[in-house]
Design a protein around this ligand. Structure first.
Ligand code: SPD
Length: 385
């Protein structure tokens, strides 16, 4: 394993300890294993499940992004298979990695994005998946399989995908709809939108530094020190006008009640705000380009319940479950068979399923190698100043 990856791990572990264990607690480290039958499930807030079927484990732990599931999928699975789902959420890929690096071994399924899958494979954090146990892979759009970060889907199956752009309140921007990252990163504009009601940015280092790099005309994967310093200075120049750094509950707490008028946003949160407010909110992919991403269901290398985890992943890939996910999250589905169950309104919404000319402006995040230190350092400077 490369030396820098160990150093990354150490930095992340220290970061996690310093943040005084702020995130959600890991489930029990000694979780019941497959075929364990009568073991009591860990706390998950739901009813105790009936005895598990077909040699499945009595419980399974899933660690996912916030606001990213239809809870009925979980309860249906629990009822149908007698497996209790212990569900927990994280805020960013970096937080997820830090949690695993800190020794949390209780998670069976995690949902990292593209570049983080590549990094986790390199760190040995993911188990290989036996695709013979995932017959529903046939439902997945081939365009969403065999991605650069996991050739042959040896470790992960796609969950949802989306884009990152700008959500805005159309009542405020009716004569001047945002079309550029300048609406967030030009200090004169940022000052104006602060007075008009407030700006939110995603509390996510790859996303925020990446968006600033795009505004400056660079790749969001830049590892050039000068370009990254420019991006940092740009963010610091507008920081006084940023009301919140929030990527977890900004949709409910900021966009809909009207605490901000413009937000750096993931497509699904923006599309949800749009639906909840009868079109008061809109979403745009800035003309300079933006990030396209795909989140993935992967099994941790430490999982003691691999067969149950594969069974659950296969369940999520059922066409109706893929559709239910998109109907709740408003993110794009990689599940081609699900499309017949997704409402036309969502299929036709360009914020959810962007047309080709929009897709052409997007860039995937790549693993950064040793430059991850530079990003960490810049992020610390941004957050601490
Ligand atoms: N609320 C769910 C958000 C999921 C976003 N995941 C993708 C992040 C890519 N950087």
């Amino acid at each position: 394993m490369k030396k820098y990856l160990w150093v990354v791990s150490l930095v992340l572990v220290l970061g996690l300890l310093l943040s005084a264990c702020g995130g959600a607690a890991a489930p029990e480290q000694q979780a019941p294993v497959e075929g364990g039958g009568a073991s009591a499930p860990a706390e998950s807030g739901g009813e105790a499940a009936a005895a598990p079927k077909d040699g499945l484990a009595p419980e399974l732990s899933v660690y996912n992004w916030a606001d990213y599931i239809d809870e009925a999928i979980l309860t249906n699975y629990e009822k149908e298979y007698g497996v209790k789902i212990v569900y927990d959420t994280f805020a960013s890929n970096e937080d997820l990695l830090a949690k695993l690096q800190a020794g949390a071994t209780g998670y069976d399924i995690i949902v990292p994005s593209d570049y983080m899958v590549a990094q986790m494979i390199e760190l040995g954090l993911l188990a290989e998946i036996d695709l013979n146990n995932i017959p529903n892979i046939k439902n997945v759009d081939p365009h969403n399989l065999d991605a650069y970060y996991d050739p042959g889907n040896k470790h992960c199956l796609p969950y949802q995908w989306g884009t990152t752009g700008i959500a805005y309140n159309q009542e405020v921007f009716k004569d001047n709809p945002p079309d550029s990252w300048a609406f967030l990163f030009d200090p004169d504009q940022a000052k104006k939108w602060q007075s008009a009601g407030g700006i939110n940015v995603l509390n996510d280092q790859r996303e925020l530094i990446g968006a600033a790099l795009k505004y400056l005309g660079y790749s969001l994967n830049s590892t050039d020190e000068k370009q990254l310093q420019e991006a940092r200075d740009l963010i610091l120049a507008v920081k006084p006008y940023i009301k919140t750094f929030n990527s977890e509950d900004y949709e409910q707490s900021l966009l809909i009640p009207g605490e901000v008028v413009i937000s750096h946003s993931w497509s699904g949160n923006a599309a949800n705000a749009q639906a909840e407010t009868d079109g008061k909110w809109a979403y745009v992919i800035p003309k300079e380009g933006a990030m396209r991403w795909q989140d993935n269901m992967c099994i941790t290398a430490s999982s003691q319940r691999k067969a149950t985890a594969e069974h659950f992943i296969n369940y999520i890939l059922e066409a109706k479950n893929g559709a239910a996910l998109t109907e709740i999250t408003y993110y794009s589905s990689p599940n081609l068979a699900a499309k017949e169950f997704i409402s036309k309104e969502l299929l036709d919404n360009p914020a959810i399923f962007p047309p080709q000319d929009q897709l052409d402006k997007l860039e995937w995040a790549q693993p950064l190698g040793e430059s991850v230190f530079l990003y960490d350092q810049i992020w610390t400077e941004i957050k601490s100043q």
